[in-house]
Design a protein around this ligand. Structure first.
Ligand SMILES: Nc1ncnc2c1ncn2[C@@H]1O[C@H](COP(=O)(O)OP(=O)(O)O)[C@@H](O)[C@H]1O
Ligand SMILES: [Mg+2]
Length: 402
């Protein structure tokens, strides 16, 4: 059928033609936002799920919801090269200017800007270096957000920003994607700071998204981060929801999946949103239409595999060091994760301690995570299958290769 009007949208963060199976979560987020605005007790939330389950899409939906409701929103993405302070400070500066623009500059907005200046000084954020494009044209607020302790200073800073929002009868929603790239200390400081903000019923909330690494730090943090914020989990869609994700967009354009084609596409994608979009996209292009038949799904397969390899699985893989790739390959050869870390080391023929830095680095880069102590699993569905496919033509490297 005509590729120009193909409704499916495989791609990181691409809004799907039908957001299937997430209405309960949207409602939950809507409720948290609503209670925050009313000054009632609420909790921040971090959406957790494997790659391609639709976290970024949900985050953007929630952000749009908050904006429509009149809140000020900030959309941020954590990265390997930037600290949390570097990420937050410029965003807060911008928020304060937006608050200030709505009315003649009031006390609390100006005070918050001074606290931000202290915070920036304390964490040595320079204009240009720390992500500020302009100087903060105020004096620092002595004694606020300048202890050098991230958790305490972050709270003072957010508290000052919240007071400015209260003064302007506004509310602020922080959307933070890729939270697994934060350092563990930063993540706990952030969650603890927002928890204190909620205890004070202030109009500020964090909506985050993270690979399952987040569950690890939640469990380990002494503060019991799992009680400080909600961690709703995004999983594959149920068969019924997955079928809707394909059928509704097709029907909207006068086409339809035959029952057998629909069942097959849902089965092949295992209900994972990214895979569903890719199967839908290729099947649409393959089909003569207006009915997408079982045979169209089968003939779309090589193209689906090629596209997923190229745009979904390859992401970050090619930049890994050889030892990291070897670790992943050993995991893949051992069968279905989660795997014991000891097994992987044994397969590589090395001591578990000597390989621990490689495992840590893969966790930090978001390729694997630890579902339970001493266990390791991939952060993308079917990643093991992808690796076996990549390596199927190559002989295994020697186990003790550096
Ligand atoms: N609820 C959903 N129903 C159908 N497709 C979805 C849904 N959520 C996400 N998608 C699709 O899945 C793909 C991945 O979404 P994304 O938000 O980037 O995932 P993540 O951030 O978890 O890696 C996108 O192509 C998007 O259109
Ligand atoms: Mg994402």
């Amino acid at each position: 059928m005509d590729p120009r009007i193909n409704p499916f949208s495989p791609g990181a963060g691409s809004p799907p033609p039908k957001l299937a199976g997430r209405s309960a979560l949207l409602q939950e987020a809507g409720l948290a936002l609503d209670r925050m605005r009313r000054g009632l007790h609420t909790r921040s939330m971090v959406l957790v799920g494997l790659r391609g389950t639709g976290k970024t899409v949900m985050l953007n939906r929630i952000e749009a919801l908050a904006r429509q409701d009149g809140a000020l929103t900030v959309v941020l993405e954590a990265g390997e090269e930037r600290s949390l302070a570097e990420l937050l400070a410029p965003a807060l500066r911008q928020i304060l200017y937006r608050l200030g623009l709505e009315a003649p500059s009031g006390n609390q907005t100006r005070r918050a800007l001074r606290v931000l200046r202290s915070f920036a000084g304390s964490f040595k954020l320079q204009p240009g270096l720390g992500g500020f494009d302009q100087e903060l044209a105020v004096d620092p607020e002595a004694g606020a957000a300048d202890s050098g302790d991230l958790a305490a200073d972050l709270f003072s800073l957010l508290d000052a920003v919240a007071a400015a929002a209260v003064e302007r009868q506004s509310a602020i929603v922080f959307c933070l994607d890729e939270m697994q790239l934060l350092r563990e200390k930063e993540a706990s400081a952030l969650l603890a700071a927002f928890h204190r903000i909620h205890e004070r019923r202030q109009p500020l909330i964090l909506i985050g998204a993270s690979l399952p690494q987040a569950l690890g730090w939640a469990g380990r943090s002494g503060a019991g981060a799992e009680r400080l914020v909600d961690f709703p989990e995004l999983d594959a869609l149920s068969s019924a929801d997955a079928a809707e994700a394909l059928q509704i967009p097709a029907r909207g354009l006068g086409a339809t999946f035959s029952p057998e084609a629909l069942t097959r596409a849902v089965e092949l994608s295992s209900g994972y949103p990214y895979f569903l979009q890719q199967w839908g996209y290729e099947a649409w292009n393959q089909a003569a239409g207006p009915v997408i038949e079982f045979g169209d799904i089968e003939s779309a397969a090589p193209r689906v595999v090629e596209r997923l390899d190229h745009s979904f699985f390859r992401l970050r893989f090619d930049r890994l060091r050889p030892r990291e790739k070897d670790y992943l390959r050993a995991m893949a050869s051992l069968g279905q994760p989660p795997l014991r870390s000891g097994e992987v080391a044994e397969r590589l023929g090395v001591k578990i301690q000597s390989i621990a830095p490689v495992r840590d680095s893969l966790i930090r880069k978001g390729l694997i995570y630890s579902p339970a102590y001493g266990e390791t699993a991939f952060t993308a569905p079917f990643y093991g299958e992808f690796l076996l496919h990549v390596y199927s033509d190559e002989p295994a490297s020697a186990p003790d290769q550096p």
